[in-house]
Design a protein around this ligand. Structure first.
Ligand code: MLT
Length: 267
């Protein structure tokens, strides 16, 4: 793990980053409220054939916290700043859930830096008023009761029932990653996501090869949402991972890695 000092739009800051393997670069954008640790299995497998970059978004994991509202545009600027520092002009960008929201923001501004997109367990639409309220409530929960309370609130929606029942080690790992985050970071990310713009109209403008992945039992961003995205992006394929929920890459890493590896081979 390296600490990379980047220039972003607010000020310079240090992001914790892992950079392994060689070949076509693939950058993985982690979900809320996790960290780059969620990509361990992808980094291990896919760095055999590609340069694989994972990093902690600002404030998450071991990255420096700056600001109290992480707009998706700000995260996109952090990603651009990181790519500049590690010498990557163009990459395959793979975002899961919040990582996908940030990937949309990045594509909106830097389409020429995206060789291909992988959109996993994410959606293009913005939040409705109820969804925004729920985010601000969770920001309060984090600040009042800590990150473990957020883990308790979210774990049943992040993982499929079959994972919770048969793979307790995965649930423990997810809880530990969430509990390791700062409450202020969780609150700042929720405030930023609440304000994210609707990216539905962006979908028709995406011209790079795109792979959409979704867990069959994803309770947060459903296979139905994934199909809608596939239908609106001109060069998109869809892989549904069975016996997986929202964190499909953690719940079924072999299936997830196979889908990504097959996609990368065709680029
Ligand atoms: C995530 O997995 O990144 C979050 O569940 C996204 C969200 O809260 O919309």
């Amino acid at each position: 793990m390296k600490k990379i000092r980047i220039n972003s739009i607010d000020s310079p800051l240090e992001l914790a980053c892992r950079d392994e393997g060689a070949g076509q670069p693939v950058i993985f954008l982690h979900a809320f409220p996790l960290s780059q640790q969620m990509w361990n299995e992808q980094a291990a497998a896919l760095s055999q054939t590609n340069r694989v970059i994972t990093f902690d978004w600002r404030g998450f994991g071991e990255s420096e916290l700056r600001g109290d509202r992480f707009a998706m545009d700000l995260l996109a600027e952090d990603l651009a700043g990181l790519m500049n520092e590690i010498g990557i002009d163009r990459a395959v960008v793979c975002g899961l859930s919040m990582g996908g929201y940030a990937a949309f923001a990045f594509y909106r501004k830097y389409a020429d830096r995206v060789k291909a997109l992988i959109l996993a367990d994410t959606r293009a639409g913005a939040d409705n008023e109820e969804g925004k309220r729920a985010r601000l409530e969770m920001a309060e929960l984090a600040l009042q009761s800590g990150a473990s309370a957020v883990a308790d609130r979210m774990i049943h929606r992040l993982l499929a029932p079959v994972t919770l029942q048969n793979k307790p080690a995965i649930a423990e790992r997810v809880r530990a990653i969430i509990a390791g985050n700062r409450p202020e970071t969780i609150a700042a990310a929720q405030r930023g996501m609440a304000e994210r713009p609707d990216s539905t109209e962006l979908l028709a403008t995406i011209s790079c090869p795109t792979l959409i992945i979704v867990g069959s039992d994803d309770a947060l961003t459903s296979p139905n949402e994934a199909e809608k995205m596939r239908d609106q992006i001109s060069d998109a394929g869809l892989v549904v991972i069975s016996e997986a929920g929202h964190l499909s890459n953690l719940e079924q890493p072999d299936d997830f890695n196979r889908a990504v590896a097959n996609f990368l081979k065709q680029l």
